[in-house]
Design a protein around this ligand. Sequence first.
Ligand code: KG4
Ligand code: ZN
Length: 340
Amino acid sequence: MLNPEVYILAVESSCDDTAAAVLCNDKVLSNVVANQLIHNQYGGVVPELASRAHQQNIVPVIDAALKKANIQKEQLSAIAFTQGPGLMGSLLVGSSFSKSMALALGIPLIAVNHMQAHILAHFIDEEGYDKPEFPFLALTISGGHTQIVKVNNFFDMTIIGKTTDDAVGEAFDKTAKILGLPYPGGPLVDKNAQLGNPKAFAFTKPKVPGLDFSFSGLKTAILYFIQKEKQKNPNFIDENINDICASIQYTIIEILMDKLKMAVKETGIKQIAIGGGVSANSGIRNTLKEAEQKYGWKTFVPKFEYTTDNAAMIGIVGYQKFLSQNFENASVVSKARIQF
Ligand code: KG4
Ligand code: ZN
């Protein structure tokens, strides 16, 4: 018989956020994230600095997660950690810590795929939030990934579309950099866009066959556009920042929506769930909600704290794997690149 109350400690350290969460079954008791601000001054994540910061943060973050959940480590049923994809030096900190703690406590160890976790975050039990039914389509949009995934079941997923170059988060961050906005630029583009006219400037959408995406051409087009306009008016960016951000965001959303519409047509599936850091974007969230009326879709937009990297999403996958006794031994290795 399984223990009816499963307590999972989840650890996420794939990139530049050190995160820990405690779940009781599918409910989140605590969800703690330490952001690494050190990278902002370098305009992007510096892998070596990320692993060092994880080492400093991991003990206090796990301690805080246990305290907030009011759970003693002896009560834990298992430890779930991010196996990949991500930066190897960052992943190693979380996996080594989780292995040691699971060994010391004599409890099972569970390896979690970060991208699966962004998708399965929708199964965290939250009041007022519906869960998708299988099969559904997931649009995972982050700083490292842009994918459309057909989700048949918890661990039966097929990538049906992906980026051929930059991820959508990079498109936001790199164009923000062109505009002189600090890293990470995505949230700032979003903030300025809310005050601007999305049709002020038109950018050409890339022509990519099928359900795949491309964002590097858009970045170049924006760079040339800005250079040209600045030659005419050196204050062009300052005077038009809101309209520029709104137009860039509008174009990115159009690119995503065109492919989603195509994916719905191809699969006949009208349930769409979004996940990953970029799903925090207010324009994307609004457009998806509007699509419910416009196209008869049912859309699932996670709570803000479950969009950017967090450990609660690792915990919900950990819980599902616990139920099927899908455990690892201490020889499990971190993987910088993994598919589903
Ligand atoms: O999932 P995530 O936290 O980390 C990765 O696994 O990459 O995603 C981070 C990305 C960054 O590119 C960041 O600029 C973007 O998510 N992002 C946003 C917003 N909030 C975060 N992009 C657009 N609008 C936002 N509000
Ligand atoms: Zn992520």
